[in-house]
Design a protein around this ligand. Structure first.
Ligand code: PLP
Length: 479
């Protein structure tokens, strides 16, 4: 399997660039031309294969799917990595992603029983094991330097803690994360995890990441990398739970299922798109947003409009508070018939110059719904609270704020005869203040998180100062 950038095109006199293999892009973010990597084609799963997969546990299902995309790790090793990753000890249940029936035709797929109680663990845990394996094989080391306002940073730290050859420097805006999120990250005592609370806001942290990555000599010398949501391996790992969710919801392959996905950067639902392209019988992929409705606006109108800081709302489903959807380019590339020149014109040129593009007049736009099965909806704070209350009262199930956005939109878009599966992307304890606002009581806390706010914390405090940050990295790595 070879990988190409969404902006790569063969034009007269310029042959298409050579494809790259999985391990070549494993540690990378953007392709050099600014595009995102995608496989040259989507492997097709026939009915007989899907039937055979019904008997597999999650780890072996993951191996079957991942091995279609990875041909430069021996099968024996890849299977061992999947089995080491997807265990009941790490993910809380033998099913790994358990399905909960709310009522006939309406389900929750539990993706948030991993170490940090959010769905990002599903991919990040595999990434941690793939990184360690690959770095050891190459005799290399990697320093991950990132910025987080919550879920991504903690998922990365819990995936990389104790891993050989990897160190994580994670910046976060001082005092801006919930006490639970701070406790999750700052209580890690592993030597290879370095938490840095920066005086400032999330954008200040991101500017530090850009500053460090922009100094190419420094980046090379200290082997700096990132683990952002555009990494192909993360997307690939997420494809697995769409299959697992489908197989748990159905008894035979003639049945179709719809998924409703709480969305921010379009990473989660993009994996659903890949699963559907592989032939998984998915009817609709419903994109649910909060007040930051960049994606809902596109699927309703054909206009994709990046928001400025002033137009990006701080909401009670904060992991979906995005100004642009960084994985969206992958879907648009497919929508346009995999035309790299047009993808470059939209994302490289129009977005860079005008912050928007408009496909409403393009025949391709209608295909988003008709051929690719997409629809969308949005939810507000008041609707989020009402959905949390209604779900608790009607089904006795307490859901988190992001999952509530998904359930709200799913209820509007259910079709009779087609099961609707809402992806549960976090546990309510991570966003306890809003649950208290909705229900008047604290959400349940898994036993292993009892009292974590009181644990000793290991965190450095710094100003948003690029020179000081580089000095810290250099000092740590040279020690
Ligand atoms: C990251 C995150 C999302 C959004 O996922 P995307 O892949 O960015 O669309 C939704 N809910 C929770 C809890 C998250 O952490």
């Amino acid at each position: 399997m070879l990988y190409f950038s969404t902006r790569a095109t063969a034009t007269a006199g310029h042959p298409a660039p050579a494809g790259r293999r999985f391990c070549d892009i494993l540690l990378e973010g953007l392709a050099p031309d600014g595009g995102l990597y995608l496989p040259q084609s989507y492997p097709q799963i026939d009915g007989a294969t899907l039937t055979r997969w019904r008997g597999l546990d999650y780890a072996d299902l993951a191996f079957e799917i991942v091995s279609l995309y990875v041909d430069d790790i021996p099968a024996h090793d890849l299977r061992a990595l999947c089995r080491k990753t997807y265990t009941a000890a790490v993910f809380g249940t033998p099913q790994i992603t358990p399905l909960t029936r709310l009522e006939d035709g309406l389900y929750l797929l539990g993706l948030s029983n991993g170490p940090t109680l959010a769905f990002k663990d599903m991919a990040m845990q595999l990434l941690g094991n793939l990184f360690e394996y690959h770095l050891a094989r190459q005799g290399e080391e990697l320093n991950i330097f990132g910025a987080t306002s919550g879920d991504t940073g903690s998922a990365a730290e819990y995936a990389m803690r104790g891993k050989k050859g990897v160190r994580v420097f994670m910046t976060s805006p001082k005092g801006r994360m919930s006490p639970f999120q701070q406790a999750q990250m700052f209580s890690l005592m592993d030597d290879n995890i370095i938490n840095i609370a920066v005086k400032g806001v999330f954008d200040d942290c991101q500017d530090l990441v850009k500053g460090v990555s922009g100094d190419l000599d420094f980046k090379r010398r200290y082997r700096i990398g990132t683990v952002n949501s555009i990494n192909w391996a993360r997307l690939m790992a997420q494809v697995v739970y769409y299959f697992a969710g489908y197989l748990q919801t159905t008894t035979d392959n003639s049945q179709r299922v719809s998924f409703c996905v709480p969305s921010g950067n379009f990473g989660n639902v993009c994996a659903g798109h890949v699963a559907r392209m592989m032939g998984l019988p998915i009817d609709k992929l419903v994109v649910a947003t909060n007040e930051n409705d960049v994606l809902d606006e596109f699927f309703r109108t054909g206009v994709y409009r990046v928001r400025g800081t002033a137009d990006t709302h701080e909401t009670s489903s904060p992991s979906m508070d995005i100004s642009k959807a960084s994985n969206f380019e992958r879907f648009v590339f497919d929508l346009l018939g995999r035309d790299g020149t047009r993808t470059q014109a939209l994302f490289g040129d129009a977005i860079a110059s005008a912050g928007r593009f408009d496909l409403s007049g393009d025949p391709a736009f209608a295909l988003a719904a008709t051929r690719y099965g997409f629809s969308s909806g949005k939810s507000t704070h008041a609707q989020r609270l009402a959905t949390i209350r209604d779900c608790a009262a009607r089904y006795g199930v307490v859901i988190d704020t992001h999952t509530a956005d998904g359930l709200k939109v799913a209820q509007e878009q259910r079709a009779s005869g087609v099961p609707m599966v809402v992806l549960e992307t976090a546990l309510p304890i991570k966003f306890a203040a809003t649950i208290v606002e909705a229900l008047g009581r604290e959400p349940d806390r898994p036993a292993r998180f009892e009292g974590i706010e009181a644990l000793p914390k290991r965190v450095l405090h710094m100003d948003a100062d690029l020179t000081a940050m580089k000095a810290l990295i250099a000092r740590t790595c040279d020690a």
